[in-house]
Design a protein around this ligand. Sequence first.
Ligand code: PLP
Length: 377
Amino acid sequence: MDLNSNNILPSPCYVCEEELLENNLKLLKKVQEEANIKILLALKGFAMFSTFELCKKYLKGCCASGLNEAILAKEEFGLEVHTYSPAFKPNEFEKIVEISNHIVFNSFNQFELYKDKTNSNNSIGIRVNPEVSTVDVDLYNPCGTYSRLGTTISNFPTSLPDIIKGLHFHALCEQNIDALELVLEKFEKNFSKYFSQLQWLNFGGGHHITRDDYDVEKLITVLKNFKSKYPHLTIYMEPGEAVGWQTGYLEATVLDIVHNGMDIAILDTSAECHMPDTLAMPYKAQIRDAAEPFEKAYTYRLGGNTCLAGDIIGDYSFDKKLEVGDKIILEDMIHYTMVKTTTFNGINLPSIAIKKPDGSFKIIRNYDYQSYKDRLS
Ligand SMILES: *Cc1c(COP(=O)(O)O)cnc(C)c1O
């Protein structure tokens, strides 16, 4: 359905702004071209496939974390499909072999278990744990203590089986080039002895390339320097968040205002169901035209429409009193949101819309009772 900007979108609704997405893609393409590397979209962070026609004009393919993401990559994106999973499942592996250009194993056990089922169309890699990380939040630290993600150098053989053509690491989360430099230094020190037999390296995701303060020129320099030492290796990066970063918002509506020691607005959205990183990271979303509590005249706690007591988006202040029916615009709600939503408590999933560069809106998807029921039995 097409709407012009005067019409009201369904509520709640994720609105991806195509122009902002394309700006991110252009920047990633610049890195790709100037550093002579390949960039994949990590579906874990952003899988809004109605935008893939646009994304595939700029990026080289997708990285998938298992069968469903791999199929989505193949069906909706095309180009290269790189599949890594902490552990592959026997009943899914045949299909993964059929559709994946790269298959990355998390351990040598998995490699041994599945290597004979791969074929010459699959380029095989191992995910390493470089054992260096500057990620503060344990939930998002792939190299934290006892991490199951990737193989440490002490679990590597002295020489690699011939069919292994690449090494992969993923060690960052929302980080700048300084963090990548630290990881690269350790990675190179421990693993460069294997590079001569390889064809590619994959530096994973967590690179916040499209954030304002990311040092893109430095990234290009670091990548070029690395490549100049190992010109035979193709370098991949696979950001998710950096693709969807600040490319749109979640629009919600105030359903009621209650009072219990403070003013509390109940919205038709939910931190738990629609923006789970609010509770998991945790972090506080930016809200358009709102400020920290008491900075503006009217302060409210914004709560979700579930019965979970902690389903709280945060406390904010506004210039005007909130009224039932008012719209609340939660910024930067495109990455790691619609890929993680749930219908917990029977809350409907938000609709999904695209804002076109000319200001018009296209509603891509609405959800209803059936989406809730489909997940239960
Ligand atoms: C999560 C993940 C990514 C993407 O990370 P972002 O932080 O969204 O850039 C890439 N590769 C792997 C293996 C991941 O687990």
